[in-house]
Design a protein around this ligand. Structure first.
Ligand SMILES: Nc1ncnc2c1ncn2[C@@H]1O[C@H](COP(=O)(O)OP(=O)(O)OP(=O)(O)O)[C@@H](O)[C@H]1O
Ligand SMILES: [Mg+2]
Length: 239
C-alpha cells in the first residue's frame, strides 16, 4: 500500500443550518485501500460522505483528494477528479433505461471514455444488468437498482468510490454478490470508503475501520482488529 493518502480529511466540520453535525473529523484513505466507516444511527457517516462530495450547505476544515483541495470546489468538479459517490437513495432516474442511467455516470465524470466499451465492461462485471440494459431502471428490483447505482459510479473508472450503505434492504444473495464485487474491485486497486450498518460484513471486506460517534472519530484500527473487538462494536456500533 502506498504511503500517500488519496483522500485526507483534516479537522472537518459541517453544519445543517444552525445544527453543528461534524466536530472535527480527521481521517485518511490510502490509494488501494478499502476503509469501512461505521457508527450508530445519526453519528455523521452520511454527512461525512456528503461533505467530501460537496453536498453540505456549510463545511470547514480541509479535504484533499489526489492533491486537490476539495472544499472550495463545486460538487460537479469533484466528480471530474475521479471521485464517485453512491448515495443511500440510489437515484435511479425514472423514464431512463438501465443503459441511459449508466450513460449518466459517464456524463457526470466528463470522462473521455468510449461509451460502448464502457457499457460492455460494466455488462461483463454485472451480469444482472447485462440482461436488462434496455429495461427502465426504476423497474429493477431494489437490489438490482443498487447494483445499477454502483455500476453507474464505476463506469467512468473513478480512482475512488464512496458508498453509503450499499447492502441496506437487499436480499442476502445479492449482498453476497456485492461482497464478491467489492473484493474484486479491491484486487484491481480501487479505493473504497464504505459506510455500513452491516458492520461485520463491511469489516470482512475492509482493510481498515474508522468509527465515528456524534460527529467525531472515536476509533481507528485494522478491520480485523475491530472485527475481533465486540466491546468496541457494542459501544459504538449498536443500532
Ligand atoms: N437535512 C438535515 N437537516 C438537519 N439535520 C440533519 C439533516 N440530515 C442529517 N441531520 C442530522 O445530522 C446528524 C448526522 O446525520 P447523518 O445522516 O450523517 O448520520 P448517519 O451516521 O449517516 O446515520 P444513519 O446510520 O442513520 O444513516 C444527525 O443528528 C441527523 O439528525
Ligand atoms: Mg446515513
Amino acid at each position: 500500500m502506498a504511503e500517500t493518502a488519496l483522500l485526507e480529511l483534516d479537522r472537518v466540520q459541517a453544519w445543517y443550518g444552525a445544527s453543528h453535525v461534524l466536530h472535527g473529523i480527521s481521517l485518511r484513505v490510502h490509494q488501494g485501500e478499502v476503509v469501512a466507516l461505521v457508527g450508530r444511527n445519526g453519528a455523521g457517516k452520511t454527512t461525512t460522505l456528503r461533505t467530501v462530495m460537496g453536498l453540505m450547505p456549510k463545511a470547514e476544515g480541509r479535504v484533499r483528494f489526489a492533491g486537490s483541495d476539495l472544499l472550495p470546489l463545486a460538487a460537479h468538479r469533484r466528480f471530474h477528479l475521479g471521485l464517485a459517490y453512491v448515495p443511500e437513495d440510489r437515484r435511479i432516474v425514472p423514464g431512463l433505461s438501465v443503459r441511459e442511467n449508466l450513460r449518466l455516470g459517464l456524463v457526470a465524470a466528463k470522462a473521455e471514455i468510449d461509451e460502448r466499451a464502457a457499457i460492455a465492461e460494466i455488462a461483463e462485471t454485472f451480469p444482472r444488468l447485462r440482461e436488462r440494459l434496455d429495461q427502465e431502471g426504476v423497474t429493477l428490483s431494489g437490489g438490482e437498482q443498487q447494483m445499477l447505482a454502483i455500476a453507474r459510479a464505476l463506469i467512468a473508472r473513478p480512482r475512488m468510490v464512496l458508498l453509503d450503505e450499499p447492502s441496506e434492504g437487499i436480499m442476502p444473495v445479492l449482498v453476497e454478490e456485492m461482497g464478491v464485487l467489492f473484493r474484486r474491485l479491491r484486487d484491481q486497486g480501487k479505493t473504497l470508503l464504505l459506510v455500513e450498518q452491516n458492520v461485520e460484513w463491511a469489516l470482512r471486506l475492509a482493510d481498515r475501520a474508522v468509527i465515528i460517534d456524534q460527529g467525531e472519530v472515536v476509533h481507528e484500527s485494522s478491520a480485523a482488529a475491530l472485527l475481533a473487538d465486540k466491546d468496541i462494536q457494542d459501544r459504538y456500533c449498536a443500532v
